[in-house]
Structures are given as structure tokens and as C-alpha cells.
Design a protein around this ligand. Structure first.
Ligand SMILES: *[C@@H]1O[C@H](CO)[C@@H](O)[C@H](O)[C@H]1NC(C)=O
Ligand SMILES: *[C@@H]1O[C@H](CO)[C@@H](O)[C@H](O)[C@H]1NC(C)=O
Ligand SMILES: *[C@@H]1O[C@H](CO)[C@@H](O)[C@H](O)[C@H]1NC(C)=O
Length: 293
């Protein structure tokens, strides 16, 4: 309830147009290693359209790996769903990832692409330096800006954790970004009061912290929530208890406001046998809890 009164702050500090309401969806099936096929992607988009939230976007983690873009784009276009594309930053795949995005634009034009994230949580994991990642973001923007139909409005950014964004050593990455994606998980914030009754407040605080970091870096990039959710199973973490009632409460506190106040990508649609599982649908496609608002 308390969270509802904080909403005007979000509304005042984000763009006033319609927002992307999406899910972050992995490229793999339940076993964690088989890549989703075009028909698997078609069923993902069909399931998303059945949710009561007018989902209009999906965030992908890779482009070349798993043939993700080539496999997902036809179903995305057919269901009028726009894609936040991921480019893996690892040097072993980076050039191929860029190539897959280039191919996708040559094959399908621009009218399915909402933004590009170069990398995901790489600063948090320490798998690339801030300087190299910033360089990759400029590099991808440079590649796209040379293509026919480029008009400068497409946003290129990066997704990471609040702690990574708050670290001033990473602020060159913020300055390279048109948008800053943050992954917010009160369930894992074990040093704070992360009971479900306080989870909406922790979410709101997390977004504010990243906005403060962006401003401190001298950037006007918009902050997007690129992952958030609450698990339906798994261990108790400090005061955070998993379960479908708690996940439903988190949906009410967070999805039902954030989806209408800023670009937001939920984690996740299905993750089958994962523990903790952040899924909203079970393996048979049924809703594990209500997504109505
Ligand atoms: C720029 O291109 C995108 C994608 O084709 C399109 O949706 C958008 O309306 C264009 N913006 C302008 C200002 O032309
Ligand atoms: C900030 O990032 C730098 C560079 O990656 C790292 O050495 C440092 O430990 C980080 N600081 C904190 C507080 O995490
Ligand atoms: C955690 O926050 C909730 C909601 O504000 C509150 O009801 C609860 O008493 C707090 N718990 C602790 C241990 O501070």
C-alpha cells in the first residue's frame, strides 16, 4: 500500500509516453542447454499475449548464440512484440553477436527492434573492464549508425546491477549508454529488511539509486528495469520468503505500478525446474499466480 504513494515520484522523473512492458526470456529450454527453436519462440510470444498486461516487449540475452535473433524475430514480428536485443560482450562471441544483429536488420528492417543492450551483468561479474565495455557500446552504435534507415533514435545501453552502476569506476559505461538497465531483486537483498511487505520499497529505492548514479556520472540516460521478480520457491533469504502468495504480492506491489511508469522487463516467463524459480508460468504453461492488476 505504502508503495502506491511513491508512484508519482516515478512518474515525474521518467518519460511520459507509453512504456515497454516486457519479460526477459532466456534462449534455452528447461534443460538449460538446448536452444529454443523458432516454434519454441512462437509459443513464448503466444503465452505472453495471453497475460492480462498487454505485454509489448521481450528482452533477449544473446543474438548469435543459440541463433536467438534469427529464431525469435519472425514470431516477435507476427505477435507485434518488440525486442530489446542482447549482445554478449565475451570476446569469443562478440563479433558474431554483432554480425547476427546486422543480419537481422538487413533481413527484417528496424521495426521490431526497441533497443540494444551490450552485455548483461558483466561489471557485476567482473568479466570485462569498464573501459572495454564502454568501447563495445560505442562500437555497436557506430555499426548501426552506418546502416540505411538509422535515424539516431534507437537506444544502445547496458544492463547491470545497482552495485555495479553505483561504483564510480564504472561511470564511463554510464556515459556510453543511452539507457541504463538495472536488475533489481529485493529477495536477494539480505542486508536489508527484505520481507515481502517491504519489497516494493526496496524496489523503489533500487531504481532511485541507479538514477542517482546516472546523474552523478553526468549522464541523462533513462533508467530501465531490465529484470525484477520474486521466486515461487527456494530458500528463505533473511526476511524474504519465497512462494506463490509472496510472488503475487510482489507482482501487485511492483509490476502493477512499474509497467505503467517506466520501461520494465519481468524475470521471467518460465524457468521450469529452477530453484529458486522466478517463473510466472509453470512447465505446462499455466499461471502459477494471478498477473492481473
Ligand atoms: C526512427 O526509426 C524508427 C524505427 O524505424 C521509427 O520507429 C521511428 O519513428 C523513427 N523516428 C524518427 C524521428 O524518424
Ligand atoms: C568498483 O569497481 C572496481 C573496478 O572493477 C573494483 O576494483 C572495486 O572493488 C569496486 N568497488 C566496490 C565498492 O565494489
Ligand atoms: C520490515 O518492513 C515491514 C514493512 O514496512 C515492517 O512491517 C516490518 O516490521 C519490518 N521488519 C523489520 C524486522 O524491521
Amino acid at each position: 500500500m505504502k508503495f502506491k504513494f511513491l508512484l508519482p515520484i516515478l512518474l515525474l522523473t521518467t518519460q511520459a509516453s507509453a512504456y515497454w512492458r516486457g519479460f526477459s526470456v532466456k534462449s534455452y529450454l528447461a534443460d538449460g542447454s538446448t536452444c529454443k527453436s523458432p516454434s519454441d519462440w512462437a509459443s513464448v510470444f503466444a503465452q505472453l499475449k495471453k497475460l492480462p498486461n498487454k505485454i509489448n516487449a521481450v528482452r533477449l540475452y544473446s543474438s548469435y548464440t543459440c541463433n536467438t535473433l534469427a529464431n525469435a524475430i519472425p514470431a516477435a514480428i507476427a505477435s507485434d512484440t518488440f525486442l530489446l536485443v542482447g549482445i554478449l560482450s565475451a570476446s569469443s562471441t562478440y563479433d558474431n553477436e554483432k554480425g547476427a544483429l546486422l543480419q537481422a536488420i538487413k533481413a527484417h528492417g528496424w521495426d521490431w527492434l526497441l533497443a540494444v543492450s551490450v552485455g548483461s551483468e558483466d561489471l557485476y561479474r567482473g568479466t570485462i573492464s569498464a573501459a572495454s565495455l564502454a568501447h563495445q557500446i560505442y562500437d555497436v552504435r557506430g555499426m548501426l549508425s552506418e546502416l540505411p534507415g538509422w535515424n539516431g533514435t534507437l537506444k544502445i545501453g547496458h544492463v547491470d546491477t545497482n552495485n555495479a552502476w553505483s561504483n564510480t569506476s564504472n561511470h564511463d559505461v554510464i556515459r556510453a549508454c543511452d539507457f541504463v538497465g538495472t536488475d533489481v531483486y529485493p529477495y536477494f537483498q539480505t542486508l536489508q529488511n527484505n520481507s515481502i511487505s517491504n519489497a516494493g520499497v526496496l524496489f523503489e529505492d533500487g531504481v532511485k539509486q541507479v538514477r542517482a548514479a546516472v546523474s552523478k556520472a553526468g549522464s541523462s540516460a533513462s533508467v530501465w528495469v531490465t529484470e525484477t521478480g520474486w521466486p515461487v520457491n527456494g530458500a528463505t533469504k533473511n526476511l524474504a520468503v519465497s512462494g506463490t502468495d509472496e510472488a503475487r504480492s510482489y507482482w501487485e506491489q511492483v509490476a502493477c505500478t512499474a509497467f505503467y511508469a517506466m520501461n520494465t522487463f519481468w524475470f521471467t516467463l518460465q524457468d521450469f525446474n529452477a530453484v529458486p524459480s522466478f517463473a510466472v508460468l509453470g512447465a505446462d504453461g499455466s499461471q502459477l499466480y494471478s498477473q492481473s492488476c
